[in-house]
Structures are given as C-alpha cells and as structure tokens.
Design a protein around this ligand. Structure first.
Ligand SMILES: NC(=O)c1ccc[n+]([C@@H]2O[C@H](COP(=O)([O-])OP(=O)(O)OC[C@H]3O[C@@H](n4cnc5c(N)ncnc54)[C@H](O)[C@@H]3O)[C@@H](O)[C@H]2O)c1
Length: 440
C-alpha cells in the first residue's frame, strides 16, 4: 500500500495522532473539534505558561469552557508541549500560529517561518502538514514547500502538504466550527486526497479547490470583503452625519430590500487579528507583482482615519458643553475589538485612547473581559479596568462606548453619565435615548 493510502486509512480509523502548533483563538477550538471527532491531539506552543495552564485543563479562552478542555486532559486524549522535537510524533501537523503585520505594514511571517523550521527538522515519511494560518497568496508553495521538501523526502509521495484556511469566528455561538464548510487544497492530488480525508471526518462539509493559491486567495478575499464593506459604512457614517442623516436608520431601511444588499455595521474602526491585517497580506503580494488595488488602499485609509473621527466628535461634544478635551476625564467602555470576547489585538480602542491622551485628556476604561490593559500604544502602558458604579460614572466628563459588550449595565450608564458618545448604536438599540447620547 502506498504512503498516502496508509495515512488515509490510519486517519479514518482514528489511529493517527494530530499535532496542532499554536494554541490560541484558532488552535484551541480546532483541537477540541478533532478531540470530539475521536482523535488524540498533541498541542505545541512556545508559550510555557500557556502550555502549563492548558495541561492543568484550562482553555485560556473566555468563550471556551475549562471543563471541556479539562475532561480531555484528564482522559489523556489531549496534552500540550513546548518541545518542538516531538513534532515527529503526530501523523498530521496543523499550523495555527499568528500571521500579523510589521509596523511598516508588511506581512510578519516570523512565527510561520519558525514553525516550518521546526517541522522540517523532524519531518518524516507519512506525515501530512497543513497550514491553517492565513498567509499571502502563494505562501504554501513558495515558503513552506521549499523549506520542507528535500531529495530524500518528496511531497505527494513521502509527505503531504496542504492549506486549509481557518474560518473560526471566536465567540460566535450561532456557528459551531464543524458546521462551517472547510475549504481544502493540496500541493499535489495525493496531498489534496489525504487532507480531504482528514477534514471530512471532522467537518460537516469539505469544499476542495484546485490549488493552494486558490484557497489562500479565497480566505483573504472573504476577509477583505468584510474590511472594504465595513470601511464603506464607516466612511458613509462620517459623510451622513455632516448631512444630518442617521446612518443606522438608512441601513435599517436599506436592509428591507430582500436581494442585492447586505448590511454591515459601522463602528469606531476595524480590529482583531484578521480583518485589519488580511488586506495588507493581499496588497503586499499584489504590489510585488507590480500591481495595486485602489479599493483596498482606500479602505485601509478610511480605517486609519476612524480614531481621529471619534476624537473630533468627542472634542465637539465637549466644546458644546463648554469643556475642553485637554482637561477632561474620559471613560472608554470596551477595549476588545468586538463584543463578548477578551481579544484586544488591533482594537480600535487603542488608537482612540492614544489620541485622547495625546490631546491632554485623562482616560480610564472599563471592560469586564480585560481587567488589565497592556499596550505599547497607550500613554500608560498598563491600565486597570474600572468597575462601573453610579458615583464613578458621574465623575467623567464623557463616556465613549467602543465595544458593545452585552453585559454592560446600559441603563446605569445612561442614567448616570453626563455625556455619552456611542460608536455602536448600542444605547438606542437598547431603547436608551436622550440628548446626552451622541452617535459617532
Ligand atoms: N483569531 C481568529 O479569529 C482567526 C480566525 C481565522 C483565522 N485566523 C488565523 O489563524 C492564525 C492564528 O491566529 P490566532 O488568533 O489563533 O492567534 P493567537 O495569537 O490567538 O494564537 C497563536 C498561538 O501561537 C503561539 N505561537 C506563536 N509563534 C509560535 C511558534 N513559533 N511556535 C509555537 N507556537 C507559537 C502563540 O504563543 C499563541 O498561543 C492567524 O494566521 C490568523 O490570521 C484567526
């Protein structure tokens, strides 16, 4: 029996252990998916503290129950390690490390390159290596393949290389990961077959595509579509406010059209690890090919302007109350990039806090998911979340809602704040209206 068939048989009978590199927002839920499908999982992460916590049964994610993780640790179906030499143990290695951008807006591939180096050091016959992190188009063939293949070990016959983009949406309770169709691609036909056999045992629907580059573009375009459309409504929000037209009412009305219109929600700017970075990954490759995308560039520049827009609105609102931004006390509500999760990566709250502080305002924040905020962007590198009380709320000149966590006491905030800027339409949505609530 050839190597591919042997591996497929071993996967189908759950004999193949799965290795997952990067135990974060993607790697942890993915581990649980494979565990639920009956596989043994060995997790790899460079963060010693995180590995120790996971091995004590903690998920390290607020939206994933520790008891679920704990049960798999206790039954020895799951364990985590920092020892990358053990990468030769699993038959399947899934790469889920971060793919951020550099400060000069280029792909930062350092985590990916390091992981691939470790895999190359221990690569053996009969392994499937599958990238789940979001790379630039062409990365699987241009970056991974040359690092892994040698004269002794050939792709498609000795080992298998695939790319299957992660489409996880942390905290989304409507879609379980296994119910989100899984795009699968392989470097060769055999690679694709092995990857399809793996994912079809775990996901309800697998959608194979003809090349890894097609799958890479699919993933990026899904997120760029969101980025461009959110930037569009964020720009419209600024224009319509000058026209004294309410963007939220416009969007609600436009959404009654049963076809041809999809509504996106305006906000204080785009955040998270993916949506702000993915257009940069795509554009970087496009530029390397001597082209450029004007639409992506415009969307990126609208997003860059959002912090300034929120701060200008704050300044105007305070001036109307005969107060100066420079001397004011401001409370930021919510510092995560979206509601009901703990992730602050690329959160729009960070540049807004920075700008307000640079303007001379004193800024505090409250976020039930982030007790301590550590960021190189803010003036105070370490800030502490404020517990919301009547008395404290009354002491602030202005409260700015950035993230509409469902657990915020909207009524209390509405009743006891002097002035509120709402970047998410959360107060009105919850029927808390009044002259002291301003949309931005
Ligand atoms: N977060 C999301 O919602 C989401 C959704 C879809 C796709 N993705 C993509 O998935 C990938 C992972 O994102 P994430 O949000 O899970 O990141 P994360 O930061 O939450 O987790 C990554 C983990 O990888 C570990 N790590 C970093 N470098 C490592 C290395 N060299 N070796 C071993 N471990 C290493 C980190 O310690 C961390 O625990 C990214 O490419 C991202 O674009 C993320």
């Amino acid at each position: 029996m050839n190597t591919a068939l042997k591996l497929i048989q071993s996967i189908e009978t759950r004999q193949s252990p799965i290795g997952i590199i990067g135990l974060g927002y993607v790697g942890i839920p993915l581990s649980i998916c494979f565990l639920e499908a009956g596989f043994q999982v060995l997790g790899f992460d460079q963060d010693q503290e995180k590995v120790a916590s996971i091995n004590k049964g903690r998920s390290c994610l607020s939206h994933i129950d520790d008891s679920l993780m704990g049960s798999y640790v206790t039954s020895r179906k799951f364990s985590a390690t920092t020892d990358m030499q053990r990468l030769n143990e699993p038959d399947v290695v899934l790469i889920c490390v971060p793919t951020p951008t550099t400060t000069d807006h280029k792909p930062n591939l350092s985590h990916l390159i390091e992981s691939v180096k470790h895999i190359a050091n221990s690569l053996r016959k009969g392994q499937l290596i599958c990238l789940e992190s979001t790379p630039y188009p062409g990365a699987t063939e241009e970056l991974l393949l040359p690092s892994l293949q040698t004269e002794e070990i050939i792709v498609g016959s000795d080992f298998f290389l695939a790319f299957s983009p992660e489409r996880e949406d942390p905290g989304n309770t409507q879609y379980q990961i296994a119910s989100i169709p899984k795009i699968v691609s392989g470097t060769t036909d055999a690679c694709l077959k092995v990857a399809e056999s793996l994912y079809s045992g775990v996901f309800n629907k697998v959608f194979p595509v003809s090349s890894t580059q097609t799958a890479e573009c699919t993933k990026l375009i899904e997120n760029i579509y969101r980025h461009v459309n959110i930037s569009f409504v964020n720009e419209l929000k600024q224009i319509l406010s000058q026209m004294e037209v309410d963007i939220w009412e416009v969007l609600e009305a436009a959404s009654t059209k049963p076809f041809g219109f999809q509504s996106f929600s305006p906000g204080p700017g785009i955040g998270g690890h993916c949506i702000p970075n993915n257009p940069i990954y795509f554009s970087w490759k496009v530029n390397q090919l001597g082209m450029s995308s004007q639409i992506i560039n415009s969307a990126l520049s609208v997003e860059k302007s959002m912090a300034g827009y929120v701060c200008e609105t704050a300044k105007r609102a305070l001036t109307n109350q005969k107060k100066k931004l420079a001397n004011s006390n401001i409370l930021i509500l919510g510092v995560t990039y979206k509601p009901d999760i703990q992730d602050t990566r690329e959160s729009p709250a960070l540049p807004i806090i920075k700008l307000l502080q640079e303007s001379g305002a004193t800024v505090e924040y409250s976020d039930p998911y982030v007790p301590i905020l550590q960021s190189s962007q803010t003036k105070d590198r370490k800030m502490q979340s404020l517990h919301l009380t009547k008395k404290d709320l009354g002491m602030f000149d202005l409260v700015i809602l950035i993230t509409d966590h469902s657990s915020f006491p909207y009524q209390l905030i509405h009743e006891h704040s002097t002035l509120i800027i709402d970047t998410r339409n959360a107060f009105r949505r919850n029927n808390f209206i009044g002259d002291h609530v301003i949309q931005a």
